[in-house]
Design a protein around this ligand. Structure first.
Ligand code: ADP
Ligand code: ADP
Length: 229
């Protein structure tokens, strides 16, 4: 079963050239993969089409059975509940506790307080942040802050997590930790798509890699191919 399918997708921004050109690929449920390429290759644009920050100029994006062309208006926030997003700069609320930051998506969804508490605490424990729930983001290290950003993105148990340069501000050791955390998500039902221009880091993960070059899908490398190198 596929969680995501790009069918000949092109995207041209007003006045620009093709940021994406005839891109097709499919992501299986439970898969983790990367999209890489030079700056301006179209990585961010590809992710934005999935959480509906942008719309394709041509072609179709399918999320499970859902054709995203048909998702409009009130259906957009409902779709976004199923797609967790992690940014380079975690975008945490700096005047709210770690607990509140992670609980927010569940509060917005109207979940009961008691259920929220249990679920947030159990996730924070799993991510090694259990002792930090009352801290403010500014009291955490950069790596911890990014883990909180990931916790907030996965607390709603999305079918797919998309991450745009999630380790852009982290040193190699912390980057590897964050990648290991992503790699643990598929077995819990969340597929993971990570955009990164850090080829060394990407290759070490031994996962499938989509390579964008000036908006075109130049390569789709399987983990087996990477193992041969
Ligand atoms: P990447 O994430 O790989 O760096 P982007 O998807 O951000 O690539 O950008 C792809 C191309 O689209 C670049 O040429 C970029 O300048 C252009 N682009 C991105 N966003 C916009 C926008 N909002 N308006 C016009 N051009 C854009
Ligand atoms: P990122 O790659 O993290 O999106 P950028 O600095 O490339 O960061 O882009 C920041 C914002 O500016 C994005 O919303 C992107 O869509 C927009 N943008 C990028 N390139 C262009 C461009 N050539 N013209 C207009 N907007 C752009």
């Amino acid at each position: 079963m596929s969680v995501l399918r790009f069918d000949n997708v092109s995207k041209r921004y007003p006045g620009g050239h093709d940021a994406l050109a005839e891109v097709s690929f499919e992501v299986a449920a439970g898969e983790m993969l990367f999209v890489t390429g030079h700056s301006g290759a179209g990585k961010s644009t590809l992710l934005k089409l999935i959480h509906l920050s942008e719309r394709p100029s041509r072609g179709a994006v399918l999320f499970g059975e859902r054709n995203l062309l048909k998702v409009r208006g009130r259906r957009v926030p409902l779709h976004r509940r199923e797609v967790g997003v992690v940014y380079q700069n975690h975008q945490l609320l700096m005047d709210r506790s770690i607990f509140d930051n992670v609980a927010l998506p569940l509060i917005l969804r109207g979940m009961r307080r008691g259920d929220i508490g249990k679920r947030v605490r159990s996730l924070l424990e799993r991510l090694g942040l259990g002792a930090r729930e009352r801290a403010l983001p500014s009291q955490l290290s950069a790596g911890e802050q990014q883990r909180v950003g990931i916790a907030r993105a996965v607390i709603g148990e999305p079918l797919l997590l998309v991450a745009d340069e999630p380790t852009g501000n982290l040193d190699p050791t912390l980057s590897a930790e964050i990648m290991a955390l992503f790699a643990s998500l598929p077995e819990r039902g969340t597929s993971v798509l990570v955009a990164s221009h850090d080829l060394g880091l990407v290759k070490r993960m031994k996962k499938r890699v989509l390579v964008l070059d000036h908006g075109r899908l130049a390569d789709d490398i399987s983990p087996e191919d990477l193992a041969d190198e």
